[in-house]
Design a protein around this ligand. Structure first.
Ligand code: ZN
Length: 263
């Protein structure tokens, strides 16, 4: 088992702060507090169905996370490696995809270059590209040092307009499609990767295992974008998020409190 990024209280607080960005939800916020919602989860009381549905949270999935904030650990194939960077008391993920014996592509630059450089050195790999999901500091911190070390590496990011939604990149062993998904960050991109036997979604902070990155504008619309653009991908797609453990589209449709419908 591996620990989730967010516990039940974090998820409720994210729904609350998201709801603050949505005028249509202002009455919900007046009528209750995040602590009282956690208390109702703790006690198993089920008096406030309307509030849960207005906050777009599935109470039963939240209850399960409250009871056990861990999920089974999923294995990645040999050509794909998750790199975990320190981020204050938290962590942030980057990913290495091998594209040849000594070539690879990196996804996000983490908080620093050190962890990538150690891995790349050990495995004798040179990155041809660095693809950024969004330009928050925990995802781009290592960029300039990686650039110095690998001057031929291309940095692709929607904020420097070198990649945009709908763009398709063909690598030796997979095809990548960029998908825009704003909410956590206005110009965020997710990357859908179709390899021979497995599909992947590099989701950045749009969706995590059993949670989402903090949404600071258009809460309900942002959740809808995740549903229509990301959760519509094939169910066995592995989601490789910017924080926390690896998951699948099927598991998130069924167990993520922001999207499950088991109320
Ligand atoms: Zn982040």
């Amino acid at each position: 088992m591996t620990a989730l990024e967010d516990e039940a209280i974090d998820i409720i607080q994210k729904a609350y702060s998201g709801a603050k960005s949505d005028h249509s939800l202002s009455n919900v916020l007046k009528s209750t507090t995040s602590q009282s919602l956690l208390d109702s989860i703790r006690s198993g009381a089920d008096r406030s169905n309307e509030i849960w549905s207005k906050l777009h949270l599935d109470r039963r999935s939240l209850q399960k996370i409250f009871e056990n904030p861990n999920i089974p650990e999923l294995q990645l194939p040999d050509f794909c490696k998750q790199i975990i960077f320190p981020f204050g008391p938290y962590t942030v993920n980057g990913y290495v995809f091998k594209t040849g014996d000594n070539d690879c592509v990196l996804f996000d630059a983490g908080t620093r270059a050190y962890d990538y450089l150690t891995f790349l050195n050990q495995h004798n790999l040179t990155p041809s590209k660095l693809l950024i999901t969004h330009d928050h500091s925990d995802h781009i911190g290592g960029t300039s040092e990686l650039r110095k070390k690998f001057p031929k590496m291309k940095v692709l990011s929607s904020s420097n307009q070198s990649i945009q939604t709908g763009d398709i990149l063909q690598e030796s062993n997979y095809t990548l499609t960029a998908i825009s998904c704003s909410g956590h960050s206005i110009d965020a991109l997710a990357y859908f990767i179709q390899a021979k036997d497995q599909n992947f979604l590099i989701s950045g902070d749009t969706i995590f295992a059993r949670s989402v990155g903090k949404i600071s504008r258009n809460y309900l619309h942002s959740l809808q974008l995740i549903e229509t653009r990301l959760l519509s991908l094939p169910e066995d797609t592995l989601i490789l998020p910017g924080h926390g453990p690896v998951t699948t589209i099927a598991d998130e449709k069924q167990h993520n409190p922001f999207f499950a419908k088991s109320l």
